[in-house]
Each structure stands twice: as structure tokens, then as C-alpha cells.
Ligand binder design. Structure first.
Ligand SMILES: [Fe+2]
Length: 246
């Protein structure tokens, strides 16, 4: 196993390589990490004797794993072919992990769906089993996303211009249905840093219908702390709100 110091130096070098470059993984992976952790916590907290609690946790697991399956498909369909074209072999380990993730996803979906049909007395061990299985899935995915954001990104930045990478990313985004995009934005926008968040919202204001943008803005406001909301509002040129120091 590598020493911690070497590993940190490699991570820092990979991150520096991307300074000023288009990073197609960064935003969606922040969203997925947040959604995974929140869901794990929800399952851990779910009261086995409370139908609504169990139902909420099960629904969140199903929503999470559906998004994860879709994310795997996006990477397989749009990112891996680009890597294979100019960096043959680089995506192979991650592609194999995607197969494992899809099997893991099917198991988690079945376990979440089964929860609701269980007698109350059987729910406690079933919830604990789901919690442990989901924790391993999250752990695997955190390692996996790290490889994508270091190894894959370094390869993509070396092999492609930002214009080409944005072209792949735009083609990927065009395949995402509105409901999935709303879900991604719900988990992504609060987790981005302020400049990233402003960039996404400016892009949405330029490209989406006004009601969609307004709805997203209202939803985002409810998920941000006052300082982050003030930064976003100022960046978008919205009227400042009294009493907030930005
Ligand atoms: Fe992946």
C-alpha cells in the first residue's frame, strides 16, 4: 500500500493538472457523494417501528440507486468511448467496477423494496443489513469516483481540448430527462462552491426557459445558507435582501 504522503502528493498533482480545465466529473460527483451520504444517514436513522420512516428511507435508496445506474450509463456511453479512442485501456478498471456497481445497485434496490413488505419485527435486522450494504456501496463508489477524478481526468485533459470535453458533456446532458436533471440539481447546487454554483445558474438562465430557471432558483434558495444565497444573488444581479452581509 502506498504511503499516505505519496498518495496525497499524487492527488495534489492530479488536481493541479486540471487547474483552469473543464472538469466534467467534479459537479456530478459532488452531488452523488452528498446524495449517497445523506441516504446512508437516512437508512441508519430510520425507525423500524415507523412505517413512514421506513418508507421514506426505502424510497430514497431507490431514488439514489436509480440515479447511480443512470450515471454509470452516462459514463459508459459518453466518457469511456472518448477515453478508449485516445487513451486505450485507461478506462478498463473503472469499466469493470461499473459492472460490479450495477449488480450492487440491483441488490440494494431489491432490499429497499422488500423492507416495506416485512413484518415490523423483521424490519430492524433488514434495515441494519441495508445500512451495512449501502455503506459498502458508498465506500466503493468513493474510491471509484476518486480514480475517475484523478486517473480519468488526467487522461482526458492530456488527450482532449476543453472544447472537445464540453462537446462530450453537452451531448451527455442532452440525454437526461427533466425529472432526473431536477434531482441532480437538488443534490448538486447546494454542494458546489459559490463560483461553481454561479456558473451553473448563469448557464441555466441563458439556456433554460425562464420558469425553469426561476423554479430552480427558488428551490436552491431553500437549500443554501444565507451567505451562499447572498453570493449567488449578487452574482446573478438580483436585488440584495436587507439584513444580509454578503
Ligand atoms: Fe463511474
Amino acid at each position: 500500500m502506498q504511503s499516505h504522503a505519496i498518495e496525497m502528493a499524487q492527488v495534489a498533482a492530479a488536481a493541479r493538472t486540471g487547474t483552469g480545465r473543464f472538469n466534467m466529473y467534479a459537479g456530478i460527483h459532488k452531488a452523488l457523494r452528498a446524495f449517497m451520504v445523506d441516504t446512508l444517514i437516512a437508512v441508519g436513522r430510520a425507525d423500524p417501528t415507523d412505517d413512514a420512516d421506513v418508507s421514506h428511507a426505502a424510497a430514497q435508496v431507490e431514488e439514489l440507486v436509480a440515479l447511480c445506474a443512470s450515471h454509470v450509463a452516462h459514463e459508459n456511453n459518453f466518457v469511456h468511448p472518448a477515453l478508449e479512442a485516445r487513451c486505450p485501456g485507461v478506462a478498463q478498471p473503472v469499466a469493470q467496477e461499473h459492472e460490479q456497481h450495477l449488480r450492487h445497485i440491483a441488490h440494494l434496490r431489491d432490499a429497499a423494496q422488500a423492507l416495506l413488505a416485512l413484518e415490523a419485527i423483521e424490519r430492524e435486522p433488514a434495515l441494519q443489513a441495508l445500512y451495512l450494504a449501502l455503506a459498502l456501496f458508498v465506500a466503493d463508489n468513493f474510491q471509484h469516483m476518486h480514480a475517475e477524478e484523478t486517473v480519468h481526468n488526467s487522461a482526458l485533459w492530456a488527450a482532449y481540448s476543453d472544447a472537445e470535453l464540453i462537446g462530450f458533456h453537452d451531448a451527455l446532458l442532452a440525454t437526461i430527462p427533466p425529472a432526473e436533471m431536477m434531482l441532480v440539481m437538488r443534490w448538486m447546487l447546494p454542494q458546489l462552491n459559490a463560483p461553481e454554483r454561479l456558473g451553473v445558474m448563469q448557464g441555466m438562465r441563458a439556456g433554460a426557459p425562464a420558469p425553469v430557471f426561476e423554479g430552480m432558483l427558488t428551490g436552491t434558495k431553500g437549500l443554501l445558507n444565507p451567505q451562499d444565497w447572498a453570493k449567488l444573488a449578487r452574482g446573478l444581479g438580483l436585488q440584495p435582501e436587507p439584513g444580509l452581509v454578503a
